[in-house]
Design a protein around this ligand. Structure first.
Ligand SMILES: Cc1ncc(C[n+]2csc(CCOP(=O)(O)OP(=O)(O)O)c2C)c(N)n1
Ligand SMILES: [Mg+2]
Length: 383
């Protein structure tokens, strides 16, 4: 299993919490009891996780056999590049080279790669602030993403957006949004525009599970189904919104099924399995392109790192993280590719070296790129 290099502060060992104590003493409110129940349930069975891992591998193998080898290689490359790039982001953040917020995608790579690599290059993508890896999958170079993180002129938006606001009209990548759920409305509008202009484009709109509790999700899905918009809504359920688990924030946890309220097609997908994500996305793309109909995909994965680089991580246990690390999407994919005899250790090593070289080149570029000139202070400013 790959080293994940988790910062110690991102986890806690299990101790009896205040809520659990109150509940046990019978003095707490019903809410204390619910919180205590959740807290006592966050121990996980690693053996069970390993068994699930094996089961999933069988179906991933089948899917690999049907897929072009060149594509499989670039899918693995993008996942490895995303992982190594973000490990580097964490490193340079700690060195003070990146200012402000920085949200990492580590553990969720199979979602971006499995879904976005099923799109055509002129299809449109919009996402939230956890956007570095998706920006690279859409074609923005690692150099331009890292320079943006550094606030440098060579960044994809000239160093004025930073971590949360990657954007490229050229690559049809429309951000990078910091307001939770805000991009769901914008993405729906983009799909309306595509339909209105008969451009043939499909929109892929990503958001976290915490955004689902907001009105904009329900309003947008209602309109998308009513107006038959070519939009693929991808809920990246990493099980936490900052330090709040989905269980503590959502009355019914089956997000895919929420689309039933709008009679919208929906699917639940294992977000640790890049091939399962790809297959579900292909079905959604066909629905969008041929029938101009939306789909909601709930893709469940797990956030291996903290919410952002400044997360003290005292709301979950190391055991819980370990359970999901047993199903690391990159390890799972590599194992399957090896078992299907598509690639071997030498190929993996080469991919690893290519990714590391791309990350090194990005660091060099970002280091050398100048800060934005003062003369640009008021350009591209709309408010
Ligand atoms: C409208 C709004 N409310 C609250 C916040 C503060 N906030 C930033 S990230 C976040 C959690 C979002 O979690 P989720 O949507 O699951 O995405 P994830 O971070 O897990 O990728 C919150 C509440 C915000 N940015 N915008
Ligand atoms: Mg989340």
């Amino acid at each position: 299993m790959e080293e994940l290099n988790l910062p110690k502060a991102a986890t806690r060992t299990k101790t009896e919490t205040k809520a659990a104590k109150i509940s046990k003493n019978g003095k707490g409110s019903p809410l204390d009891a619910i919180i205590a129940k959740h807290e006592s349930a966050d121990f996980v069975d690693v053996e069970q996780a390993k068994a699930e891992f094996k089961k999933r591998r069988a179906s991933q193998l089948e899917s690999i056999k049907k897929t072009d080898k060149k594509l499989l290689r670039s899918m693995l490359y993008q996942m490895v590049l995303g992982r190594r790039f973000e490990e580097k982001c964490a490193e340079v953040y700690r060195m003070g080279k990146i200012g402000g917020f920085c949200h990492l995608y580590i553990g969720q790579e199979a979602i971006g790669v499995g879904s976005m690599m099923a799109l055509k290059s002129d299809d449109m993508v919009i996402t939230a602030y956890r956007d570095h890896v998706q920006a690279m999958i859409k074609g923005i170079t690692p150099e331009a993403v890292l320079a943006e993180l550094y606030g440098k002129e060579g960044g994809c938006v000239g160093g004025k957006g930073g971590s949360m606001h990657m954007f490229s009209k050229e690559h049809e990548f429309y951000g990078g949004h910091g307001i939770v759920g805000g991009q769901i409305g914008v993405g729906t509008g983009m799909a309306y525009a595509a339909k209105y202009k008969k451009s043939g484009q499909v929109v892929m709109c990503f958001f976290g599970e915490a955004a689902v509790n907001q009105g904009i999700f329900h309003e947008s899905l209602n309109m998308a189904q009513l107006w038959k918009l070519p939009c693929i809504y991808i809920c990246e359920n990493n099980q936490y919104g900052m330090g709040t688990s989905q269980e503590r924030a959502m009355s019914t946890r089956n997000i895919a099924k929420k689309a039933d309220a709008f009679e919208m097609a929906n699917e639940f997908v294992d977000g640790m399995d890049v091939m399962a994500v790809r297959e579900a996305t292909l079905r959604a793309i066909e629905r969008a392109r041929k029938k101009s109909l939306p789909t909601l995909l709930e893709v469940r994965a797990y956030r291996f790192m903290g919410h952002s680089m400044s997360d003290p991580g005292n709301y979950r246990t190391r055991d819980e993280i370990a359970k999901y690390q047993e199903r690391d999407p990159i390890v799972l994919f590599k194992d399957s590719l090896k078992e299907a005899k598509v690639f071997g250790d030498k190929d993996f090593e080469k991919i690893e070296q290519e990714a590391l070289a791309a990350v090194d080149a990005a660091v060099k570029f970002a280091d050398e790129s100048p800060l934005p000139n003062e003369s640009k202070l008021f350009t591209d400013v709309y408010a």
